[in-house]
Design a protein around this ligand. Sequence first.
Ligand code: NAD
Length: 268
Amino acid sequence: MATAPRGRLQGKNAIVTGAAGGIGLETSILFAREGASVLMADISEPALAKALAKLKEVVPTAGRVETIKCDVSKEADVQAMVESQDSWGGTDVIFNNAGIMHADDADAIDTPEKIWDLTHNINVKGVWFGSKHAVLSLRRHKKNKGSIINTASVVALVGSATPQLAYTASKGAVLAMTRELAIVHAREGFRFNSLCPAPLNTPLLQDWLGDDKPKRHRREVHFPTGRFGEAIEQANAVVFLASDESSFVNGTDFVVDGGMTKAYVTPE
Ligand code: NAD
């Protein structure tokens, strides 16, 4: 169903990485609906084309929305992505959201080193490069405010007995890095916040869980609400963090998890 624009991000140029799927697509849609000009970035061009078509279908009134192929683990790609918004007037918001959880990620014994490196190259270095080039852009365009939102995870906050060690370590790094960036750049007006989603109903996790009922149950039993989260519930939080409504919110581990990380025992 088509929705009318609301304008909470009017006048802002935003970049979303991992924009072709899950949280990134839902956020791109909400950003466009709220009046932002949006650059949707992803490693997959065919998926980006589909995502753009969906956005235009649900937000027919969207302003400027474009796509760009970008592998966030390659600094040259990230630099080109951010600099491509120079002609738009410079980046105001970047959502460094692209991330992977590899099927071969395991525990301390069984995680292959190449999976560790791949995961960290995308999940950690990708966020660093996005943050770095956002700061350079904000300075280049002499902006006195900017919002950078980096996707971490609840596994950066609580230990999981179902191991994905490389992924967990990478999300801990996102949290720590974002916190430091928030403090270093606070006097420039550049805000950095982490988003910590709970397990979600998106391809990243659902494809990985597949039809394995015990593997699913192993997670569901810990959800106070009894369900996986939805990407749109993350996107709503990202709009807040991107907008000036959150002007005094900086350096937070912004947790959107239905109460999961605060539960001792879950309701029956
Ligand atoms: P998703 O798999 O649905 O979407 C991720 C997107 O990132 C895909 O479109 C993919 O093509 C893209 N991508 C992958 N590698 C890339 C690269 N090198 N450069 C650019 N783009 C790349 O995943 P999602 O569930 O929407 O996850 C988004 C973020 O949220 C990730 O950082 C993920 O770790 C995090 N997260 C997800 C969950 C969950 O349960 N799904 C929970 C906590 C955190």
